[in-house]
Ligand binder design. Structure first.
Ligand SMILES: Nc1nc2c(ncn2[C@@H]2O[C@H](COP(=O)(O)OP(=O)(O)OP(=O)(O)O)[C@@H](O)[C@H]2O)c(=O)[nH]1
Ligand SMILES: [Mg+2]
Length: 344
């Protein structure tokens, strides 16, 4: 590992925010070094343990456990505004918070994206708040390939809370469920069709339903719709509460935080026997498969001979000389029989 990276990790372990920011960028650029980086952080932390006894490093940096909150819901539901309001409420308690906001509309990564920067900018001077936006993997929205690592870095940095915001109605939620302990599904009074089309999926994924923009007249109708849906569904040991917020006014946020903490407490007390265990496993499996696909594709794209082979097959497919499934078969065969030179 380069000396520069060592120094960066050292500064990170000592609580330097700039180092956290740089380390995230480094991870994004060199995802293949993830495990090395985390191993080095662990080693540094061990080394620093003596320092912490002398008081120079907060104990929380050493073995931190953050409360990890996932926030998902359709575009424009008010997720970022809600995160902003939650930051306020969390800061009132004196606790620190790191935010990972994933913007699927933006393929670019790094730095804060404009919308989130505006919505969360009032916290930029606060050293106990750290907001990072990531571009999503793009093709199906969902979490960034790096979201898990970035969230882990934030946890390791010592934040009391880590919040993951992602837009989604679809498979991206599965991913957020696998990373977060408590998942909020944020809907608006107008989200009737979304609820209708996602019945089963939503049920499985939400620990708490938030109807934001409760200043709008359809709010009670939406609450009733979700309640009916929950009543008809399978009974879970945790029944997801439905709560109303007006995020732009800070209304309902204290109650929401109370519910989040209630859920966290429930998780602690029911570690072994919660229904959501099965859900967690399933989402973990799904996330693993997604990552495997993504990483495999990244690996594939990295090799010029494979890219060329792909282009050739694509031409044949377009000329209708080859079907896509046979084209994939042929590529796999070439890789498996080492019938292609991957060294460039
Ligand atoms: N009327 C009303 N407007 C709200 C409320 N909360 C947020 N908004 C507004 O809704 C708009 C969208 O809010 P965002 O927080 O950007 O929503 P988002 O879900 O993060 O959006 P994306 O990340 O783009 O999917 C903004 O103009 C907010 O000011 C609310 O409780 N009531
Ligand atoms: Mg947003």
């Amino acid at each position: 590992m380069q000396k520069k990276l060592y120094q960066l990790i050292e500064a990170f372990v000592q609580g330097n925010r700039l180092a956290l920011s740089r380390l995230i960028s480094y991870l994004e650029a060199h995802p293949e070094e993830k495990s090395d980086i985390f191993a080095t952080i662990q080693a540094y932390k061990k080394k620093s343990k003596n320092l912490s006894d002398s008081g120079s490093i907060k104990a929380s940096f050493l073995e931190n456990h953050a409360q990890v909150l996932g926030i998902t819901g359709p575009p424009g539901a008010g997720k970022s505004t809600l995160v902003n309001a939650l930051i306020h409420e969390i800061r009132k308690k004196g606790e620190s918070v790191g935010v990972v906001a994933v913007d699927p509309s933006s393929p670019i990564s790094g730095g804060a994206l404009l919308g989130d920067r505006i919505r969360m900018q009032e916290h930029t001077q606060d050293s106990k708040v750290f907001v990072r936006s990531l571009g999503s993997r793009g093709h199906h929205g969902g979490l960034s390939l790096h979201a898990e690592a970035v969230a882990k870095l934030m946890e390791s940095f010592g934040f009391d809370w880590v919040i993951l915001e992602t837009v989604g109605v679809g498979q991206s939620e599965c991913e957020i469920v696998s990373l977060a302990e408590t998942t909020l599904v944020v809907l608006t009074p107008e989200s009737g069709d979304t609820v209708q089309s996602l019945k089963a999926g939503l049920m499985e994924m939400a620990d708490i339903f938030v109807i934001n923009k409760a200043d709008r007249p359809e709010a009670p109708k939406r609450v009733a719709q979700i309640r009916t849906m929950l009543d008809l569904g399978q009974k879970l040991s945790w029944s997801p509460p439905i709560t109303l917020t007006q995020a732009h006014q800070g209304e309902g946020i204290a109650e929401l935080l109370r519910l989040i903490q209630k859920h966290q407490k429930f998780l602690q007390q029911n570690k072994k026997k919660i229904d959501s265990d099965a859900r967690f496993k399933k989402s973990r499996e799904q996330y693993f498969k997604e990552l495997l696909k993504e990483y495999f594709y990244l690996w594939f794209e990295k090799h010029t001979p494979l890219r060329q082979l792909f282009a050739k097959q694509l031409e044949k497919i377009e000329r209708e000389e080859l079907s896509p499934d046979i084209a994939v078969e042929e590529i796999l065969q070439k890789i498996l029989t080492k019938n292609i030179d991957l060294v460039e």
